[in-house]
Design a protein around this ligand. Structure first.
Ligand code: DAH
Length: 365
């Protein structure tokens, strides 16, 4: 057999293939399972050793030449197709620039980022917990036993079924269960904030069934109310970007703290609006209730698996939506969750407004 002739013929036909389909047909014809060259290769098995030694290399060379030619032709055809496409498709540089992106960062997300930035500077990590909780983490471990009136006060959304351990399942009514989860998971010492969604069946201009809180928890040795007050003062000054923020601590009651304090912040009335700053006792000023806090109750530290004789701490909880309203001047909480693009255009933030302590955590372009 004249391998040189077959080779010339095959290469000529490959060179003439006009498109990738035609080329593929040739590949199958030569090298496919039933292909002519594949057939030649199969004859090697039936040859005598001497015959195979002289014929084998020729058949292999034929196969290699054909497969190289197929690859080269394929590349050429693809290149030509690309060139044609590039020649065909043009960009009209006189078209107007596309619109600026329409999306904005929701004020709640922005404020959460601001909180994370401020507290990171004080050595706090951000912790999270599930929004679908069990009643042990949400209530019992926080010293709110079954009969406790606070359970009713929380207007809890319960699920119809209990979990595998027989615990009632619910949508968490506050971020405080993250305190328990953090203690059980990481032990002491702890410095965390836990921002997130919480749920209560309640709805009017200042209450929505879902809203946001941020929890703070410090567990360490020798922690006092003084640490709590300094931390809150430092946080609120950084958050509202005013040095004249004045706090008032009022005795209060929460099952999970002992003693408990309600923290009020002084405000002045400026042009009919409440503006934070200055003592609430000054003429024309007042106090606004802002957050709940206190020294972590011994029972809660125990529920978190820690020894309350060794570890103490403080905790606080505050509404994130409320912080956003106070800082950025919205007056209806429901609008936060309407998804109205006009509201978001007005109150939302550019993705470039990343809060940093150096540039200010509340910059607006
Ligand atoms: N969990 C409380 C609530 O939702 C808020 C709160 C009060 C949290 C005092 C705390 C705290 O950590 O110490 O109403």
């Amino acid at each position: 057999m004249d391998y040189a002739a077959s080779r010339e013929e095959a290469l000529a036909r490959i060179a003439q293939a006009q498109d990738l389909d035609a080329l593929e047909k040739l590949r199958v014809e030569f090298l496919g399972k039933q292909g002519s060259i594949s057939g030649l290769l199969k004859t090697l098995g039936g040859m005598s050793p001497e015959e195979r030694q002289s014929t084998g290399p020729q058949i292999h060379a034929l196969r290699e030449a054909v497969s190289d030619a197929l690859a080269a032709r394929k590349e050429a055809l693809e290149g030509a197709a690309l060139d044609a496409q590039l020649a065909r498709e043009t960009i009209d540089l006189s078209l107007p620039a596309p619109d600026m992106p329409r999306g904005t960062i929701h004020p709640v997300s922005q404020v959460m980022d601001e909180l994370a930035e401020i507290f990171a500077d004080l050595g706090f990590a951000v912790a999270t917990g599930p929004e679908i909780e069990d009643d042990w983490h949400n209530f019992t471990a926080l010293n709110i036993p079954e009969s406790h009136p606070a359970r009713a006060m929380h207007d809890t959304f319960y699920f119809p079924d209990k979990d595998a351990e027989g615990r009632a399942m619910l949508l968490r009514t506050h971020t405080s269960p993250v305190q328990i989860r953090a203690m059980l998971q990481q032990g002491a010492p702890i410095r965390i904030i836990a921002p997130g969604r919480v749920y209560r069946s309640d709805s009017d201009a200042t209450h929505t069934p879902m809203f946001h809180q941020v929890e703070g928890l410090v567990i360490d040795k020798g922690i006092t109310l003084g640490h709590l007050k300094w931390t809150l003062e430092t946080f609120l000054k950084a958050f509202f970007e005013r040095e004249d923020i004045v706090l008032r601590l009022r005795p209060s009651y929460f099952p999970f703290t002992e003693p408990s304090v309600e923290v009020d912040v002084g405000f002045a009335i400026v042009n009919g609006k409440r503006v934070l700053g200055g003592s609430g006792d000054a003429p024309g000023h007042g106090w606004m209730e802002l957050l709940g806090s206190g020294m972590v109750n011994r029972k809660v530290i125990e529920a978190g698996g820690l020894d309350p004789d060794q570890w103490q701490g403080f905790a606080f909880g505050v509404g994130v939506d409320r912080l956003a309203m106070l800082k950025y001047g919205m007056d209806d909480l429901r609008a936060f969750f309407d998804g109205d693009v006009r509201w978001l255009q007005h109150y939302g933030f550019s993705p470039l407004d990343v809060p940093t302590l150096s540039a200010g955590v509340g910059v607006r372009p």
